[in-house]
Design a protein. Structure first.
Length: 415
């Protein structure tokens, strides 16, 4: 049986059984089994992947920058990456804002008090994280790390961009000494290959881990909350589908002449990993593998664009943030002006670019957006119950966007 078929079966089985067993959420045996067997299995898989993200991101980005500089193509790749990232992010937010204004899912929905109360502890934690967020100017300054080792140690907690900046500068510096850099480049290539071998080992656990991760989420939340917020969830998913099969298909057809259907078919295994893990960073190794071996994209371009994109390109997240802010405004009967909605669009684009590629990474940024337009920060509690499912959906679109932008930047070049 092919790997993507195993993943699909595991994913569907985990979701169905999780929803069925949700009625036994108070049963000590089922709860203990989930907590002590399935949850650890999912976490072991994720930790095996996260374990190699930092060395793989650093070496992959250095190698990509070095090889692009060697062929004098770095500036072109960077400029194209920025243009397509902003373009796709803007499209996603505009789609989301349009849908939520048309369907008005929050109008007449009086559930905020109950849901905010049940999620009060998580809400307070997210509000604290949002309050600790740096100003825009400080965030720009801190892209340059004082201590790259410290940034590497805290990369998965929000310092990934600083680590990437150091890798970018380091790669450029190496490329200026082409004759004397061969030895260290070979070492980086070996480290990168070793990371990919560890990933290959971890992937043997993938079908079981996917089942465990999806079952655990479905078991904890069931489908009741999904039903109560069905219109909101449906609009987010609809927006993501338009982004995936409308915007991405149009860009692929217009700029690369590639068949979108064939492109998405080659990426289906990556999509399943993204959906199951809800993490762009955890899916990065599979994205790199698919770009090189299935999509046949130049490895120096894919290493650069995908590595940067796993943190800096979050189209699905930007769409989700825009919809969520307007949805909560409707629930609280706050009528946002056109200027405020434009502000939400611009901030969602920027927030999508700066969101950490880990589960739940967008929530503190949503709280900041809520506060900017006068919506109670406690409103985030309304959507927390369905966030895990939507996180899985938007991560899939984020990862797909990274691969699409890689193809757009590469054009018709082959590896």
């Amino acid at each position: 049986m092919k790997a993507h078929h195993k993943l699909l079966i595991s994913l569907v089985l985990g979701a169905v059984l999780g929803i069925i067993f949700h009625q036994y959420v108070q049963n000590p045996f089922v709860t203990t089994f989930t907590k002590n067997v399935l949850d650890p299995l999912g976490q072991v898989f994720l930790r095996l992947i996260f374990m190699i993200v930092v060395p793989m991101v650093f070496t992959g980005l250095v190698l990509g920058v070095y090889q692009l500089s060697e062929h004098h193509g770095l500036g072109k790749v960077v400029s194209k990456t920025i243009i397509f990232t902003v373009l796709t992010s803007a499209a996603s937010v505009i789609i989301g804002i349009t849908l939520v204004n048309f369907f008005k899912p929050g109008v007449g929905l009086n559930i905020q008090d109950q849901l905010v109360a049940t999620q009060s502890a998580n809400t307070e934690k997210i509000k604290t994280n949002a309050a600790q967020a740096k100003s825009a100017v400080q965030s720009l300054v801190e892209i340059i790390p004082k201590n790259p080792i410290d940034s590497a140690a805290r990369a998965l907690d929000g310092e990934m961009i600083a680590l990437m900046f150091f890798a970018l500068v380091f790669g450029i510096a190496l490329s200026r000494n082409l004759d004397g850099s061969g030895g260290i480049i070979k070492i980086f290539e070996q480290v990168y290959e070793a990371c990919m071998r560890i990933v290959a080992f971890a992937m043997k656990l993938a079908p079981y881990a996917v089942f465990a991760l999806v079952f655990s989420s479905a078991f904890k939340f069931g489908h009741q909350l999904l039903v109560s917020l069905a219109l909101y969830v449906g609009i987010v998913v609809l927006g993501l589908l338009i982004q995936q099969f409308g915007v991405y298909s149009f860009l692929l057809k217009s700029f690369t002449k590639k068949s979108p259907i064939e492109f998405f078919k080659n990426c289906r295994e990556v999509y399943m990993y993204a959906f199951a893990t809800a993490s762009s960073n955890a899916t990065l190794p599979k994205s790199l593998e698919a770009a090189e071996h299935k999509l046949k994209l130049p490895k120096e371009t894919s290493r650069f664009v995908l590595t940067v994109g796993s943190t800096a390109n979050q189209n699905g997240t930007a769409l989700f943030e825009g919809i969520t802010v307007l949805f909560l405004a409707q629930i609280y009967s706050i009528d946002l002006t056109l200027a405020q909605q434009v502000q939400v669009v611009l901030m969602s684009i920027l927030a999508g670019i700066g969101t950490a590629g880990v589960p739940g990474g967008s929530l503190p940024l949503i709280v900041i957006l809520l506060q900017q337009v006068g919506i109670p920060a406690e409103g985030i509690g309304v959507v927390l119950g369905v966030d895990r499912f939507l996180d899985m959906c938007r991560t899939t679109v984020n990862v797909s966007g990274d691969l699409v932008i890689t193809a757009l930047v590469s054009g018709n070049k082959k590896s």
